[in-house]
Unconditional design. Structure first.
Length: 234
């Protein structure tokens, strides 16, 4: 019984690390150093670029359990000659003294991972979501259903969603999707569907006007807010 209590994480002091790796395999040692030096409880990593042939032992980090989802589908724009596209994928590392289980019963998780944690407040659902901007209509619908289904898991379970949602038309100061209300632009229509789920389940978001992504393109720096954190109780 004492061992069970020790595994109950104090949610008030939970330390979660999130990043978009754009390929993680050659950065495992760097990530391990960061997690240990910062005493991170949980790490959520997007765009791992792991495939199904990779063993957990090749990406494990000492002191942590890992739960991952590699890309198991093909994007329409992909130039791959097989049924899978490169890129995408997500992984969650959890300190190995924390009681946790991966949610695997919901379909349509496309590049995304979700876990249930035991903490002092009960169970906490944490999901690391990567939404590729190149999903087709069918793939987008699967991810939308997955996002909605996660929100339906237990009314008494607090939920946190972190990830790269690629919402380029959302004003995070208001939560509104910018553009004409009757727009038929597919990106705007899709982002409205996601934000409808956010509002239907009463989710809050943490990031409002900070830059979450910087990259240099032809000697110029491009800044954007593509990553977000949603939660059921701010």
């Amino acid at each position: 019984r004492i061992a069970e209590q020790e595994k109950r994480l104090n949610a008030q002091f939970l330390k979660v690390y999130y990043t978009n790796a754009n390929g993680l395999l050659n950065k495992i040692n760097e990530l391990q150093l960061t997690l240990h030096s910062k005493s991170v409880d949980i790490a959520c990593i997007n765009e791992t670029h792991f495939d199904c042939k990779l063993f957990d032992s090749e990406v494990e980090i000492c002191g942590y359990n890992c739960f991952r989802q590699g890309r198991n589908f093909k994007l329409d724009k992909s130039k791959s000659f097989n049924n899978l596209s490169c890129g995408g994928g997500s992984i969650i590392y959890v300190r190995n003294d924390i009681s946790v289980e991966q949610i695997t019963t919901l379909g349509g998780n496309l590049d995304s991972t979700a876990i249930l944690l035991e903490c002092n407040l009960g169970k906490l659902l944490l999901s690391c979501i990567y939404r590729s901007p190149s999903l087709n209509i069918s793939q987008e619908d699967k991810l939308l259903n997955y996002f909605s289904s996660l929100n339906e898991v237990g009314d008494d379970i607090e939920k946190v969603f972190v990830g790269d949602f690629n919402f380029k038309h959302v004003s995070w100061l208001s939560g509104n999707v910018l553009g004409c209300p009757d727009s038929v632009n597919s990106s705007i229509v899709t982002e409205k569907k996601y934000m409808d789920i956010v509002q239907d389940f009463g989710l809050s978001w943490i990031i409002t006007d900070q830059v979450t992504r910087r990259r240099v393109v032809i000697d110029s720096v491009q800044e954007s807010l593509l990553d977000q954190i949603f939660c059921t109780d701010d």
